[in-house]
Design a protein around this ligand. Sequence first.
Ligand SMILES: [Fe+2]
Ligand SMILES: [Fe+2]
Length: 158
Amino acid sequence: MKYNALLEMQKHPEILEIMEHHSFLSLKNIRHHGRLNCYGHTVSVAEKSYRLARVLRQNPVLAARAALLHDLYLYDLRTEGPGFHIFRHPKISLVNAKKYFNVSKIEHDAILRHMFPLTPVPPRYAVSIIVSIVDKYAAVLDYAKCIRFMFKKRIKHR
Ligand SMILES: [Fe+2]
Ligand SMILES: [Fe+2]
């Protein structure tokens, strides 16, 4: 049977605690990267970070938790939010994550530094670097999906 990282992740109570929490579930209502929502994006980053951390012999549970929390900014950036979203949302996500969960120093670093190099301080730990790289990779895939969807729609309307 094919390895399913999402199923594997959900066996860990530390991960499930976040995935079942109302603050995390509310990400389903927050648009992110085109027509996708923040929930889909963070679950995808968590799944990929979990897999990569296992391969690199890092802590996959920490990687998945940090990834699930990295975009917990909880506002729709098109209609609300503080401005300069790209630079400010890591700090806002960290404040929200600490409000609802016990955040370790590695998770703290991964959430706060995930936008490097757009924010100046690089991630410090292997798990933080994994989350930051996977986030960018997932963002590219998200936008590719959007572009594919737009092209399909155009072809249909011809
Ligand atoms: Fe982000
Ligand atoms: Fe992200």
